[in-house]
Design a binder for this molecule. Structure first.
Ligand code: SF4
Ligand code: SF4
Length: 443
């Protein structure tokens, strides 16, 4: 009997601690030959994974060992940037025989799990596939730690970096359900008059206009930037304008495709063709099926295009349209030789990314402050994961204790649907339930 079971992981509400929050118990119910721990953390100014790995190496390795056992793997590999020598040395002293470290270059997007699988294992995940298709289960650092704790406590806390234009860039430990503004205040507050919050990273994250938005299980960081910063301006650009300028200004140089990490993996993603197709109809919509395989890394828009155009948004718009039209894709052809030919030479160095995005003025630090952030009120979202939203498991007026389930997975045909339960992150009273949030106050 393993120390942690798949049921423990499901009941504890463990989901991917970055990205879309895929329920971890589903991954751990599969069979794979390798577990990969993704500590690549390639979004500029984010330090959460490295800090958690340094501070909780034992728990991360315990969770990794549990994952190895559950999926029947032969081994695990931790992918971590080579520049973090001290973290690598710390881990090496603790690694069991069936685990190894893969030192990674300081490039973007090293943390894209398709790129990580290729860099570490030399395997190409097929277009539209998942790492499991090539025998790998990939877990984020914090997710592995949460797996190690699953038998004893559910997920009620989150680690996130607060950086950019704040007084004290820091990695915080917070109760799930605090506001982004509370986190920014805990980092000493903004140092600029018009703070804008980029959540989850500058490249793949989003601009959150509501500063009281709630931290959930997937919130990896908040970067504060001024309204005139290029990343903020690009996020606010109107789609009609993007399409109109793209249609008239794209010279089809193809740099966007030549540097696209998914194209370099051999996938059929060709952003220059998406740009070209903008001119093929009067409404200026793209129409290229390969956009379905764009991972929205934003390299083409923020780095590659010499004209400052936005092929990523063109791909995103087209992906959404293809999905709305339920246009299927089946086993698209891809070129498995391409990565061996080009990928290594065309990665984007982090130093170049920082310079191009105007980030060198900010302290690129985020040391962990391990004292749990104090708060009097939290809002627990009923959907913090891929799948179906939870049903409330409590009612207004109920007293709850930290760790108590406040949302449970709905059941269909006697089985819980894809999702993960959510739990109270503080002791208190449920004051309201509405708009998909359970509000709890210390009373
Ligand atoms: S890099 Fe820019 S100009 Fe060149 S093809 Fe792509 S979108 Fe067009
Ligand atoms: S955002 Fe651009 S560079 Fe990134 S995967 Fe999509 S098309 Fe390729």
């Amino acid at each position: 009997m393993p120390s942690v079971t798949v049921e423990d992981v499901a009941d504890a509400g463990v989901v991917g601690a970055g990205g879309a929050g895929f329920p971890t118990h589903v991954k751990l119910a599969a069979q794979a030959d390798t577990v990969l721990i993704n500590a690549a953390e390639c979004e500029p100014l984010l330090h959460k994974d490295k800090e958690v790995l340094r501070e909780y190496a034992d728990a991360v390795l315990e969770g990794t060992a549990a994952a190895v056992e559950l999926v029947g793997a032969d081994r695990a590999v931790v992918g971590v940037k080579e520049k973090y020598h001290e973290v690598i040395d710390l881990l090496r002293a603790k690694l069991p025989r069936n685990m190894d470290i893969a030192p990674l270059g300081d490039a973007y997007p090293a943390g894209d799990e398709f790129i990580l699988v290729y860099d570490v294992l030399g395997r190409v995940v097929p277009p539209g596939g998942i790492p499991l298709n090539v025998g790998a289960v990939v877990l984020n650092v914090e997710t592995a730690m949460n797996v190690s704790l699953a038998a004893s406590r559910p997920v009620t806390e989150k680690y996130l970096t607060v950086g950019g234009a704040v007084a004290e860039p820091v990695t915080l430990r917070v109760p799930i359900g605090v506001t982004l503004a509370e986190c920014v205040a805990a980092a000493g507050g903004p140092t600029i008059p018009d703070p804008n919050y980029m959540v989850g990273g500058l490249m793949m994250g989003y601009l959150e206009e509501n500063h009281n938005a709630l931290v959930d299980k997937t919130t990896g960081g908040v970067i504060v930037l001024g309204g005139d910063h290029v990343v903020v301006r690009r996020r606010r650009q109107d789609w009609q304008q993007i399409a109109r300028i793209g249609r008239s200004a794209c010279d089809q140089c193809s740099f966007c495709t030549e540097l696209c990490p998914r194209w370099l993996l051999g996938h059929p993603v060709e952003p220059h063709r998406a740009m070209r197709s903008l001119g093929f109809n009067l409404v200026g919509e793209a129409n290229v099926i390969g956009t379905a395989f764009c991972c929205e890394c934003n390299l083409c828009s923020l780095i590659s295009c010499p004209e400052g155009l936005d092929p990523k948004s063109v791909c995103t718009q087209n992906k959404q349209r293809l999905a709305a039209e339920k246009r299927p894709y089946e086993n698209p052809p891809f070129n498995p030789r391409r990565p061996a030919l080009h990928l290594e030479n065309r990665k984007t160095p982090m130093a170049r990314l920082m310079a191009r995005l105007g980030l060198t003025e900010f302290s690129n630090v985020g040391s962990l402050r391990d004292t749990l952030l104090e708060t009097g009120k939290v809002g627990i979202k009923l959907k913090q994961h891929t799948g179906v939203a939870c049903e409330p498991a409590v009612a207004a007026g109920d007293r709850v204790t930290k760790g108590q389930p406040v949302g449970r997975r709905p059941v269909t045909d006697g089985k819980p649907v894809l999702g993960a339960p959510v739990h109270a992150s503080i002791d208190g009273t449920v004051t309201a339930i509405g708009d998909g949030v359970v509000w709890i106050e210390k009373k």
